[in-house]
Design a protein around this ligand. Structure first.
Ligand code: PLP
Length: 372
């Protein structure tokens, strides 16, 4: 995929914000608790390899990804810390995983048996296995003690598989009401009671759990969205310490003209100028992840809010500006300009989604630039 390095539009990622967010969390953990930084989906759109390197400096002990290729990207970049793939991996890729020492999430005994068949007789390190427990997320994992016990017994006798971890994932850790969370904790404790020899890692915490239910942490946390400076609860719950958003998105005006009253702007002619108006063109669009839903949302130019008028095109959009602005004038889509700022949460609220999605949708056409 092409990265737009010859354009003035970029995702800026603050090294110090990432460092602080991760380091603050690391300081809250006890000595036996490990912090695995979640860098799936290109580090939530921030750039996985750069984020991982900063996270490591800030104290991260390992990394979580969603798919095997994301783990391989880290290995290729020279990162040799533990990596766990959180999703289910194809059995045919287990030899590659064992060779690269990438740990796998497993949800069934059949998968273990098939993996062992693939690995048997090959001169490879044992495949590191984390058993996933479905305590109420309803996504992947063992649901009952009997099937879990069989999987654990199978792991213990297997020469090719190593039982490295056990974990679950909470569905409501970011919510005020704790009933469902507590139900999941009870189910987790009940399931884990069948395991005599605990594996190296017992982990349940995403960002929300580690921020608001740290007593449950186990000995490893999977620290994701909060590391990027975003409140997992979208403001429903107060943060125990200040998070600094790591991402800003900026571009610049490429064209500006005065249009007469009655002139329409963009596909479908959905916006018609009421008076003579200054309209500036901004060289980003939905192919960059600035979605069509953002029509009407206000971007910052010279510290002032300027609405997107007309439909967002694939590669360009138009904003109404109070007066003429020169090409090259900075446009802030996410971040601070003067006394005003726009957060990923502001866009999420406007588009009726969550900040996670807004960040992930920013495509590789927008280059990622590390800033202080
Ligand atoms: C994505 C993910 C996380 C990280 O979640 P955040 O809310 O970003 O902290 C942790 N665990 C699992 C299983 C995940 O899929």
């Amino acid at each position: 995929m092409v990265v737009g390095i010859h354009r003035n539009a970029q995702v800026n990622v603050s090294k110090s914000a990432l460092y602080q967010n991760i380091n603050n969390e690391k300081q809250r953990l006890s000595n036996n608790e490990h912090l695995f930084m979640v860098v799936k989906a290109n580090g939530y759109g921030h750039g996985a390899v750069d984020v991982a390197k900063i996270a490591k400096q800030a104290g991260a002990d390992g990394f979580c990804v969603a798919i095997l290729d994301e783990g391989l990207e880290l290995r290729e970049a020279g990162i040799d810390d533990p990596i766990l793939v959180l999703g289910i991996t194809r059995v045919e890729d287990v030899a590659l995983m064992a060779k690269q020492r990438i740990s796998v999430t497993v949800s069934s005994l059949d998968w273990l048996k098939a993996a062992e068949k693939q690995l048997m007789g090959k001169d490879l390190p044992a495949l590191e296995v984390h058993l996933g427990l479905d305590t109420g997320m309803g996504r992947i994992g063992f649901q009952d003690k009997d099937s879990l016990k069989k999987a654990v017994d199978y792991l213990e006798q297997s020469p090719c598989l190593d039982f490295e971890g056990i974990f679950t994932h909470f569905a409501t850790a970011d919510s005020k009401s704790t009933d469902y969370f507590e139900l999941q904790v009870r189910r987790f404790n009940d399931l884990v009671s069948v395991i005599k020899n605990k594996p190296k890692y017992v982990h349940v915490s995403n960002s929300a759990t580690s921020l608001w239910h740290s007593e449950c942490n186990g000995n490893m946390i999977r620290f994701g969205v909060a590391a990027y400076g975003l409140n997992p609860s979208a403001g429903e719950l107060d943060l125990p310490y200040k998070l600094r958003p790591a991402m800003s998105v900026t571009t610049e005006v490429v064209y500006c003209k005065k249009v007469a009253a009655g002139r329409a702007i963009g596909y479908g002619s959905t916006y018609v100028a009421k008076d003579a108006e200054w309209i500036a063109t901004v060289p980003v669009g939905y192919a960059d992840g600035i979605t069509r839903r953002m029509q009407g949302f206000k971007l910052l130019v010279n510290g002032e809010f300027c609405p997107i008028v007309g439909r967002v095109c694939m590669d360009q959009l138009m904003i109404k500006v109070p007066n003429e602005v020169k090409p090259g004038t900075k446009v802030t889509i996410v971040g601070q300009d003067g006394n005003n700022s726009i957060t990923l949460q502001d866009i999420a609220t406007y588009c009726d989604t969550i900040h996670y999605e807004v960040a992930c949708l920013l495509t590789s056409r927008l280059p990622r630039k590390l800033v202080e």
